[in-house]
Design a protein around this ligand. Structure first.
Ligand SMILES: Nc1ncnc2c1ncn2[C@@H]1O[C@H](COP(=O)(O)OP(=O)(O)OP(=O)(O)O)[C@@H](O)[C@H]1O
Ligand SMILES: Cc1cn([C@H]2C[C@H](O)[C@@H](COP(=O)(O)O)O2)c(=O)[nH]c1=O
Length: 209
């Protein structure tokens, strides 16, 4: 049995995470590796129900603290029901956002202490971390243009936040990667979708048969 792997894709809005989660899984499937593609918030029935609470409504529907608790509860269920069993069974899991999104959005941009978020994660999810976290980086204006071409005026509670919030989120991901180079890789998300997929495959090449 091959070793299971847990990969998270991170980055701000519109950088191409969802597109690349599927593309990376397809590229790995062509190399004989079957992957589960999942997302946060969500990925299990309970976590998808919590996603509905988090994504809809007014920007101030939840405080950053309440958001952090809801994301942690969703993550706990997602790990128990999907991520942990899949990795234990030797499968690869590619997760579109994970803990580092809470650290960036509710933490750095939302004002909650990183230690508090990690403590919540230790309690809710026994501190599970991805084996590797691939952060897609794109100039802020290019990411905003991609997101607005995709969404038009249809924004969720997070898309509605101002430019400064999103700038802080993008900077936070870069900061995490600099602080923890063993787990993180920064991936240039400019260029064609195929260019980006090729960079992602290269970032896990050391695990390929
Ligand atoms: N390399 C690329 N070049 C041009 N457009 C792209 C590229 N990758 C993705 N896109 C397009 O950009 C938009 C945003 O991509 P995607 O939804 O994958 O981003 P995301 O990071 O998951 O965003 P969010 O976090 O806001 O959900 C989509 O319309 C997608 O088709
Ligand atoms: C996991 C997680 C997510 N968020 C925010 C980030 C995004 O704006 C949305 C999810 O939308 P997507 O289209 O599926 O990327 O939720 C967050 O604030 N904190 C988190 O932990």
């Amino acid at each position: 049995m091959t070793a299971g792997r847990f990969i998270s894709l991170e980055g701000g809005e519109g950088v191409g995470k969802s597109t690349q989660a599927r593309a990376l899984a397809d590229a790995l499937a062509r190399r004989g590796i079957e992957c589960e593609v999942t997302r946060e918030p969500g990925g299990s029935a309970g976590a998808e129900a919590i996603r509905g609470l988090l994504m809809a409504g007014a920007v101030d529907r939840w405080s950053p603290h309440a958001e952090a608790l809801l994301f942690a509860a969703a993550r706990s269920d997602h790990i128990d029901r999907l991520i942990h069993p899949a990795v234990e069974a030797g499968r690869w899991v590619i997760c579109d956002r994970f803990l580092d999104s809470t650290r960036a959005y509710q933490g750095v941009a939302g004002g909650i202490d990183d230690g508090a978020i990690l403590a919540l994660h230790a309690f809710g999810s026994r501190g599970l971390l991805p084996d590797r976290t691939l952060v897609l980086t794109l100039p802020d204006e290019e990411a905003a243009a991609r997101a607005s071409a995709r969404d038009g005026a249809a924004n969720d509670r997070f898309g509605l936040r101002d430019e400064n919030f999103h700038r802080a989120v993008n900077a936070a991901f870069r900061g995490f990667a600099e602080a923890e180079p063993d787990r993180f890789r920064l991936i240039d998300a400019t260029g064609s979708k195929q260019d980006v997929t090729d960079r992602l495959v290269a970032a896990v090449a050391d695990w390929l048969p």
